[in-house]
Design a protein around this ligand. Sequence first.
Ligand code: FE2
Ligand code: FE2
Length: 289
Amino acid sequence: MSQKTQPLRPASGPVTAESSQDAILQRIGELPPAPVVVVKLITLAEDPRVMINRLVEVVRYDQALTARLLRLCSSSFMGLREPVEDLREAIWYLGTTTVRKVALLSQRTYLLHAVPEAERELQKSLWEHAAAVALASQRLAEKVGGVAPGAAFTAGVFHDLGMFALHEYVDEDSEPSLEPADDSLSHAEIGARIAQHWDLPGYVVQAIRYHHAPSLAGEFRRIASVIHVADIVARRAGLGVLPVGEIEPALESGTLDALSLAQGDVQELVLALPGDLLVAKKMLSLSGG
Ligand SMILES: [Fe+2]
Ligand SMILES: [Fe+2]
């Protein structure tokens, strides 16, 4: 299910602000499409009445994911007496939410295609941050309403997609900025364009684009706000990442009010997040992730 792609880094030659922007845009256009199973799973996540049959139809064509789900279902995590050998049965036991979670979080290689092999530590923390924000986004969506928790999880997983690309280009001596003053692209804009190129749903594209400025997200403000707050929650829980050239993002004023949240609610999420992440990691390692 994982897919090898070319990194966004130019093959050779000096990188200037202009050439890096052009090179990034060109390489976004050259990226292969997202795996069909991922796009389908994301679409299913938008439908609250997802039936097991439809999920089986999507997953059965992905051998690695099928094996992963069967292993997880037969592990001590589920506490079943008999090993499960049938995909439909496994999905039934695990539940559709867990199946989506495993499928999206196990896309490590896929999410991290732009990071050079040598930067393992960075890869690890970027993945951990993506997972943490996804989990916090889901909890937040359950709490505030108006955003499907599955959709929030999906947007959370992909929110910093552009960081992987931008990290390759930022000059360590340049002024840190979330929204560069010149016409260079922010990690949010790069991520949105990659998501667009992959034909991910509009809400994912816009949540990525505005995850540091949700008030600009128009009709997608609520989901962008959820991702924005979840990002802050992850940072406060010590699960943030700060690539070269980026400043620490601050909570945009008015966002908590827009979601009818108090600081105490944020703190509650900060406290719950490490436990949620631990469960997710356990689930993935049991399933061979
Ligand atoms: Fe970000
Ligand atoms: Fe982030």
